[in-house]
Design a protein around this ligand. Structure first.
Ligand code: LIP
Length: 274
C-alpha cells in the first residue's frame, strides 16, 4: 500500500508547489502571522498549502488523521491506522525572503511507524521519497548517502532560530567544532531539504538541536532508506511524539557527529522538548 501511496501523494505535492511558486507578497505584513517563540512566522501561503494538502489527502485516504505545523495537534493520532505528518512550507523564513530554499514535507505514519516519506522542492522540481525496505529515490532515481570520511565531508546545520535564547550558544559552538573537523558547513533554512541532501549524498552530516516532528518525519525515513543514520544528539532514536534534537549522517560520519555532539546533549532537555 505504501508504495502506491506516492502515486496519489506526489501529484498533490506538485500541485501544492504551484501555490509556493505563485506567491508574490509572502513578506507583506498582511500575509504574515506571528507564532509563539522567537521570530516564528507563518504566512497565508503556509496555511493555503496545508489546507490544500489536507483536503486532497482526505479525499484520497478517507479516515486519515493529520498532524501539521499550522494546526493544533494531538500526538496520539500517530498510533492510529493512518496519520499524515505535514510541513506545508519547510523553510518559512526562506520563503518569506524569497531565498528559493523551501519544500513541502509529508510523512504517512501507521501505528507509530513511518510507512512513506516524501519531500518536494518546488524550486528545483526534485521529489524525494522512500518506503521502509523499498529504498530512497529522487525523481525516481535511487538515492544513496556518500562514502566520504568526515575530513572530506560537507556538513549542514540548523541554528534553531526560534530558540535563540536557549540554544544559540551551544549550536554555534558545536557548529565551529564540526566546521573544524570537515571541509565546510552550510545552512539552507530547511531541515527537510538538509536531510534529503544527506540522503542524496551531496552533504554528509547534519545537526540541529531542536526540530519539530513535521520537520523530520519524512526526511528521516528517506535518509535511512538511502543508507544513512539519524538519531537524537545522545544516539537515541528520533521521535515524532515531541520536538527533539537531530544528528544525521552516514556510517562514516555519524560516529564523529555523536562524539562532537556528546558535550552539547545537556542543552537538549527541558520544557521546549516536551
Ligand atoms: C524550519 C526548519 C529549519 C529550522 C527552523 C525551522 P519551518 O522549519 O526547517 O531547519 O532551522 O528553526 O524549524 O519553521 O520553516 O517549517
Amino acid at each position: 500500500m505504501a508504495q502506491n501511496m506516492i502515486d496519489s501523494i506526489a501529484p498533490l505535492m506538485r500541485e501544492a508547489g504551484k501555490i509556493i511558486l505563485g506567491a508574490h507578497d509572502a513578506d507583506s505584513e498582511n500575509c504574515l502571522h506571528v507564532k509563539p517563540g522567537t521570530q516564528n512566522f507563518a504566512t497565508d501561503y503556509d496555511i493555503a498549502v496545508q489546507t490544500f494538502l489536507i483536503n486532497g489527502l482526505k479525499e484520497a485516504f478517507p479516515g486519515a488523521a493529520f498532524i501539521a505545523e499550522e494546526k493544533e495537534n494531538n500526538a496520539a493520532v500517530l498510533q492510529g491506522e493512518l496519520c499524515f505528518v505535514i510541513d506545508p512550507i519547510d523553510g518559512t523564513n526562506c520563503f518569506i525572503h524569497n531565498c528559493r530554499m523551501s519544500c513541502i514535507s509529508i510523512a504517512a505514519v501507521s501505528r507509530g511507524h513511518v510507512v512513506l516519506g516524501a519531500v518536494y522542492n518546488p524550486y528545483s522540481g526534485e521529489l524525494a521519497h522512500a518506503t521502509p525496505g523499498g529504498g530512497a529515490f529522487v525523481n525516481g532515481k535511487p538515492a544513496h548517502v556518500s562514502e566520504r570520511p568526515t575530513e572530506l565531508a560537507v556538513a549542514v546545520f540548523g541554528p534553531s532560530p526560534y530558540y535563540k535564547d536557549t540554544l544559540s550558544v551551544p549550536t554555534f559552538e558545536m557548529a565551529r567544532e564540526l566546521f573544524c573537523s570537515c571541509v565546510d558547513i552550510h545552512r539552507t533554512g530547511s531541515a527537510a531539504i538538509d536531510l534529503c541532501s544527506i540522503a542524496s549524498g551531496s552533504c554528509d552530516m547534519f545537526f540541529e538541536l531542536i526540530l519539530q516532528p513535521w520537520d523530520i518525519a519524512a526526511g528521516a525515513l528517506i535518509i535511512e532508506e538511502a543508507g544513512g543514520i539519524i538519531t537524537q544528539i545522545d544516539g537515541s532514536p528520533i521521535t515524532l511524539e515531541h520536538p527533539c534534537s537531530v544528528l544525521a549522517g552516514t556510517p562514516k560520519t555519524h560516529p564523529d557527529l555523536l562524539r562532537i555532539g556528546a558535550k552539547y546533549a545537556k542543552y537538549c532537555k527541558g520544557k521546549i522538548y516536551e
